[in-house]
Design a protein around this ligand. Structure first.
Ligand SMILES: [Fe+2]
Ligand SMILES: [Fe+2]
Length: 323
């Protein structure tokens, strides 16, 4: 049986965790045993194939920041390409710095160790995804671009509404659809069927994945997050960005990423989540944001979309550095 290894920080979480296990069990038991084993083994295989550096996870989990930041600086400096990319990113208009960042040490001092960690992790994931030997290379590139845009837009939304976070919205945006990376790599034939089903019906990607494989990319994301020991805030984004009612820890954080996710679909950086139109005003993520931020209460979702799009336009250089 799949289990979750997250530590418990909230009274709501144990119940949710039991519910997950029950759901996993129910769905897995309804599948042929050989497919269950196949999916489980492949999830473990991809999580070995693609890894998140230990230092990155330590920093995300708020570990010994001094030691971890020294390790991070060493890790980045030992890779000249990563160093160059990181410096270009730090000096891009996205951060709007008025002075030039010339070293990783300086980048850590200016942007903070957590931000440098997030940027480095995104580059490292990109390298790993793009060197996968896959029949679905085009789709992998599409998912990656969608993830980077979602991460950047999540950051813009956070800044626009003045939501306080430690930057989890960026990492969450990068990782929210990571289950699709696994589907593309290990189930290329089934993925083609899933995409045809979404294109030819009113089913969403989640529903089509359940129909064809009996598991969807959010459940796979949850298992990956658990195996990688990611913080619960990130794991919840991976698991619940399509089912916000189930969020236990931070519904606003997941709503920010989900709203960004939907905007990227609207702006044609999507992954073909569904073929029928989406009305942003009816989406649970927008309702949660409106409830949490009174300034948004009298607005339509498209009133926020317009300014965000123009800010996003000026962030394209930042996005392109990760592609
Ligand atoms: Fe998704
Ligand atoms: Fe997405």
């Amino acid at each position: 049986m799949w289990t979750c290894s997250y530590s418990v920080h909230s009274n709501n979480i144990p119940l949710t965790r039991r519910q997950h296990t029950a759901r996993y069990n129910g769905r897995l038991l309804s599948l042929p045993p050989e497919l269950v084993m196949d999916i489980r083994e492949k999830i473990h295989a991809v999580s070995d194939l693609i890894s998140i550096p230990r230092t990155a996870i330590e920093l995300m989990s708020g570990g010994d920041s001094k030691t971890a930041s020294q390790k991070l600086i060493h890790l980045v400096e030992s890779d000249p390409v990563l160093t160059a990319k990181l410096l270009s990113t730090a000096n891009s208009a996205f951060y709007g710095l008025r002075w030039e960042v010339a070293s990783i040490q300086q980048a850590v001092l200016t942007l903070g160790v957590d931000e440098v960690n997030r940027i480095a992790m995104a580059y490292q994931l990109r390298q790993q995804i793009f060197t996968l030997d896959s029949h679905q290379k085009d789709y992998l590139a599409k998912v990656w671009k969608h993830s980077v845009v979602t991460a950047a837009v999540s950051r813009l939304i956070k800044q626009y509404i003045h939501y306080h976070s430690n930057g989890e919205e960026f990492t969450g945006g990068i990782l929210h659809d990571f289950g699709k990376i696994l589907l593309a790599h290990h189930f290329p034939k089934e993925l083609d069927e899933i995409r045809s089903l979404v294109a030819g019906t009113s089913l969403t990607d989640v529903a089509a994945e359940q129909k064809i494989l009996g598991i969807d990319h959010t459940e796979i994301g949850w298992v990956l997050a658990s195996k990688w020991e990611l913080p619960l805030s990130i794991a919840e984004i991976m698991r619940y960005h399509h089912s916000l009612d189930d969020v236990a820890l931070d519904p606003v954080l997941v709503s920010i990423v989900r709203f960004a996710d939907l905007l990227t679909e609207h702006w044609e950086f999507g992954v073909g989540e569904r073929s029928v139109p989406v009305y942003l005003d009816d989406e649970p993520c927008w309702k949660i944001l409106q409830k949490s931020y009174p300034d948004l209460a009298g607005m339509n979702a498209m009133d926020l979309e317009k300014p965000l799009f123009s800010i996003f336009e000026s962030s394209r250089e930042f996005v392109s550095m990760f592609l």
